[in-house]
Design a protein around this ligand. Structure first.
Ligand code: NAD
Length: 435
């Protein structure tokens, strides 16, 4: 494995698209800041195992098609593997490994008793009927049955999968095990052991991360302007909470484009992606001429002169090509991997703090942990309790990460990785290598 580039060393974005390459670079970089046994770092570069399975599906017309599924399990030294299952045509073993490594750090930085996993099926979910999705999910659950379970590996929804997918997965697993085992997956509907507040949680944690960052830099939320790219589960929930807490959300977007109003946007008036896909675009179209609002491209939204920019749509949107044009004072990563390795170096040089995804959007996996606890104890928590405990976990993790920033002058990303790697490495050194 090559030496990681220094922060100021130019790196082309072409090399950075692979989640695995990025994840290994980030590990190597973090390892330079932590006093850790090189043997432990070497072990963490590789997943424990990656399972590839064939998933035969009988289509509605009676024909049979075979899809390929994967589950990567990166590390379980701190507890069962945890991470999403995605249905997307571009799912590969390598992508699952990279994303499972990120889950290891995300769980560790939040101090959750889980390790990292990720999986999925290489399929376009839009090409499947509801019945086909159910059959595919049940068969995939059966193919993974020996490697998942509440004490082994606990999947969750991800791109192209949702609470219903998790319900089918849990049912298929439970039927074969001969008992109802809700803790095999998280992100289920509350009626079968899902947690209240799970859907909103990554947006809530992104809003909490923003609020804490604003406070850290001695600013006031009431004097803060925010631009949010993506108005889905993460973006819409973060925007609504920040507006509730006094910030002015001046721009939001969906896949078709953005709307910008320097006087502030009434984000409650726009349905989120789940409530009505592409509602930002319809809202922008309805605006009267002469209004202070105007339409922008997604690329322009990223370059607005705002206090906080929250990329909350897709990965690799802040790149070496536009990092010099970012005018926000603080970037908070709502999406996974929105900033490339090269862009990170440019933003660091420009003194623009980036609050990293593994902390900012970790509300999702944190409330998944609460769901797992509720399933094991067969006792449902109220929404108020979920939100209160999420707040506590976020503040504890913020205290740990900001202490690392303060003590060692690290970037927020490096600090989060240092906190995570220290925890994982200490657990590995304490348990030892067997045999
Ligand atoms: P979502 O599907 O609910 O919403 C995505 C939003 O982004 C929609 O408004 C969509 O129109 C918009 N969008 C899609 N492609 C775009 C593009 N190319 N440019 C601009 N906008 C685009 O998705 P989500 O659940 O909110 O997830 C968003 C990001 O957050 C993803 O990176 C996801 O991996 C990450 N994330 C999600 C969760 C979760 O539990 N939902 C948890 C952690 C991280």
């Amino acid at each position: 494995m090559s030496t990681p580039p220094a922060a100021d060393e130019a790196v082309s974005d072409d090399e950075l698209d692979s989640a695995l390459v990025t994840a290994r670079r980030q590990l190597e970089r973090a390892a330079t800041h932590v006093d850790v046994d090189p043997g432990v770092v070497e072990r963490l570069k590789y997943p424990t195992r990656v399972q590839q399975v064939s998933v035969p599906l009988e289509r509605d017309d009676g024909s049979v098609e075979v899809f390929t599924g994967y589950r990567a399990q990166h590390d379980d030294v701190r507890g069962p593997y945890k991470g999403g299952l995605r249905y997307h045509p571009e799912v590969t073993a390598e992508e699952c490994i990279g994303l499972s490594m990120w889950m290891t750090w995300k769980c560790a930085v939040m101090d959750l008793p889980f390790g990292g996993g990720k999986g999925g099926v290489a399929v376009d979910p839009k090409s499947l009927s509801n019945d086909e999705t159910e059959r595919l999910t049940r068969r995939f659950a059966e193919e993974l049955r020996n490697m998942v379970g509440p004490t082994k590996d606990v999947p969750a929804p991800d791109m192209g999968t949702d609470a219903q997918t998790m319900a089918w997965f849990m049912d298929a697993y439970s039927m074969q095990q001969g008992e109802t085992i809700p803790g095999v997956v998280t992100g289920k509907p509350p009626v079968i052991g899902g947690s209240y507040g799970r859907e909103e949680a990554p947006g809530r944690s992104t809003a909490i991360a923003t609020r804490e960052a604003i406070d850290y830099y001695d600013r006031e939320l009431s004097n803060t302007t925010v631009a949010v790219q993506g108005f889905g589960s993460v973006g819409a929930n973060a925007a609504r909470l920040l507006e509730d807490w006094g910030a002015t959300v001046v721009a939001v977007s969906d896949v078709n484009g953005a709307i910008y109003d320097p006087d502030g946007i009434d984000v409650d008036a726009i349905p989120s992606h789940d409530e009505e896909p592409e509602a930002v675009t319809s809202y922008a179209t309805e605006l009267a001429d002469g209004d202070s609002a105007r339409r922008l491209s997604n690329a322009d939204l990223l370059e607005l002169d705002v206090d906080v920019l929250i990329p909350a749509a897709v990965g690799n949107v802040i790149t070496a090509d536009n990092a010099d044009a970012i005018q926000a004072d603080i970037v908070v990563e709502g999406a996974n991997g929105p900033t490339t390795f090269a862009a990170d170096a440019i933003l660091e040089e420009r003194d623009i703090p980036v609050i990293p995804d593994i902390f900012a959007n970790a509300g999702g996996v944190t409330v998944s942990y609460f769901e797992w606890l509720q399933d094991i104890n067969r006792r449902q928590w109220t929404l108020a309790r979920v939100n209160e405990e999420l707040e506590d976990h976020m503040l504890d993790a913020w205290a740990d990460v900001s202490a690392a920033v303060g003590d060692d002058g690290l970037t927020w990303r490096d600090a989060a990785y240092v906190v995570a790697l220290s925890r994982v490495a200490e657990a590995k050194e304490t348990r030892g290598l067997w045999p």
